[in-house]
Design a binder for this molecule. Structure first.
Ligand code: FAD
Length: 431
């Protein structure tokens, strides 16, 4: 049986950045446990690839995510430049289709200031200003943030894995955790019947985090749902119809992860998407649960309690049916994009992009949990609901988390700082 000081479950961007910090701050025996044969095989490679600026995040209700993504922009930039990784400064325009949505943009301008975005990097444009910037973009108004970047988080994660390994972290691949306990220390059992013991366990297993937290008797009253986001790739001759990322003010403020965007990828391609189709597992990248009704009853069957309450929410049901339509029909997704880029046509999109799956958490009240859910066990810490802009915020959030674990007495070891791309003390002071 292997023994570690700290075992991290999940080799996505979160588990890997935490391991990097631990490896540069301490001399500890740390492992990252990953069921796949490589890091970042799931959400951390299957996302929109945007380094988000937190203008759209409520500075109070989503403070942790807002601060993390603000600080992490510069941390990722340093990393990308030092390692020569994708970093494409495309900017983002969030568009409003009417006066009512424009009020949301005005609110975002206030949030932007409160969240610390420099005011020379963000501006409100009217429809003429939008046309001047992007001649094929038609909307009532828009908020242009020049600071947003397109990158490839899968590449970032794998490069950071190498740096973490250089400092002594063991990445244990092809090891699927099937059971955990955290009583006197953390005991982890794998699908091949082998076991591992650690003084402390950090659970960053993405779409499986809630299940693993429940094994340690935490968050029993919470549920989760899985939504697949699908993309379509624009044929290269139409990729530059618009040169900036385009997002739209959310139709349903409770479900901000909906509404297709026009996305400029760091490899020069352009995609539209994602939508949000309910699927049975965090890794159902293909196939449908069936028709809408079948999907709804599948959700009912898999999850009881809270999800049942959520399913009585009318806007949730309306959202489900529209998302299903845009999944089954490319034309329906393109129609949504035509509302702000009228020139796009369904035949411009002939290839599917890479689908990714979000796992929002449902509270005991039957509502989506808004920000990251952190759960403290006896000898474990669990990060649940680590959704967008989680990839953006990972380096600063991980530093903040380590400070939290230090303050709680879980990392009672003397520090041995090694060379790092980022300065831990400077970052944690900003929270
Ligand atoms: C469609 C979509 C678009 C997004 N766009 C953006 C964006 O533009 N910008 C942004 O900042 N964020 C974006 N996000 C969010 C971002 O991608 C996530 O917040 C982030 O990748 C989560 O990282 P993670 O390490 O927590 O999870 P993951 O990347 O899912 O990693 C978890 C790991 O745990 C492993 N694991 C799970 N269960 C077990 C087990 N039992 N045993 C061993 N290993 C296990 C998995 O194999 C996986 O590798 C997007 C997300 C989605 C779905």
């Amino acid at each position: 049986m292997s023994r570690y000081d700290i075992a991290i479950i999940g080799g996505g961007i979160l588990g890997t950045t935490i391991s990097y910090w631990l490896s540069t701050l301490y001399d500890l025996k740390v492992c990252v446990i990953e069921k796949e044969n490589d890091a970042a095989k799931h959400t951390s490679s299957r996302n929109t690839g945007v380094v988000h600026s937190p203008f759209y995040l409520d500075p109070i209700k989503r403070k942790t995510s807002a601060v993390s993504s603000l600080i992490s922009h510069d941390l990722w930039e340093v990393f990308a430049k030092k390692k020569d990784l994708p970093w494409s400064e495309v900017g983002t325009i969030e568009v409003a289709s009417n006066e009512n949505q424009h009020k949301t943009l005005e609110k975002y301008m206030k949030w932007s200031e409160q969240n610390g975005i420099p005011d020379n990097q963000i501006e409100l444009l009217d429809s003429k200003g939008l046309l001047k910037k992007e001649p094929n973009l038609h909307a009532h108004s828009g908020l242009y943030c020049s600071r947003d970047v397109s990158t490839d988080y899968g590449i970032f994660t794998k490069e950071l894995q190498k740096e973490s390994e250089k400092h002594g972290t063991d990445f244990l691949f092809n090891k699927e955790v099937v059971d955990t306990t955290d009583d006197s220390e953390a005991q982890i059992t794998f699908s091949d019947d082998s076991t591992l013991t650690a003084k402390f366990m950090i659970n960053c297993s993405g779409g499986n985090s809630l299940d693993i937290a429940k094994q340690c008797n935490l968050a029993k009253e919470y549920d989760d749902l899985h939504f697949r986001g699908e993309y379509w790739i624009a044929d290269q001759s139409y990729a530059d119809l618009v040169k900036t990322n385009i997002y739209t003010v959310a139709r349903f403020s409770e479900f901000p992860f909906l509404d297709p965007h026009w996305i400029k990828r760091s490899n020069g391609t352009t995609e539209i998407g994602p939508n949000a189709v309910p699927v049975a597992t965090p890794e159902t990248y293909e196939g449908y649960a069936g028709e809408l009704n079948a999907a709804v009853s599948k959700i009912r069957e898999i999850f009881g309690g809270n999800v049942r309450r959520l399913l009585t929410n009318r806007s949730f049901l309306s959202m489900l049916s529209k998302e299903f339509l845009s999944s089954i029909s490319k034309t329906a997704m393109v129609h949504r994009v035509q509302q702000f880029i009228p020139k796009v046509q369904p035949e411009y999109f002939t290839k599917h992009g890479t689908a990714g799956i979000r796992t929002p958490i449902i509270s005991p009240k039957g509502e989506f949990v808004k920000d990251i859910l952190e759960l403290v066990g006896k000898n474990s810490f669990h990060i649940v609901n680590y959704n967008s802009p989680g990839a953006t915020g990972a380096p600063a959030y991980s530093a903040f988390l380590i400070k939290k674990l230090e303050d709680k007495g879980f990392l009672d070891y003397s520090k041995k700082s090694k060379e790092s791309f980022w300065n831990f003390e400077e970052i944690v002071d900003l929270f």
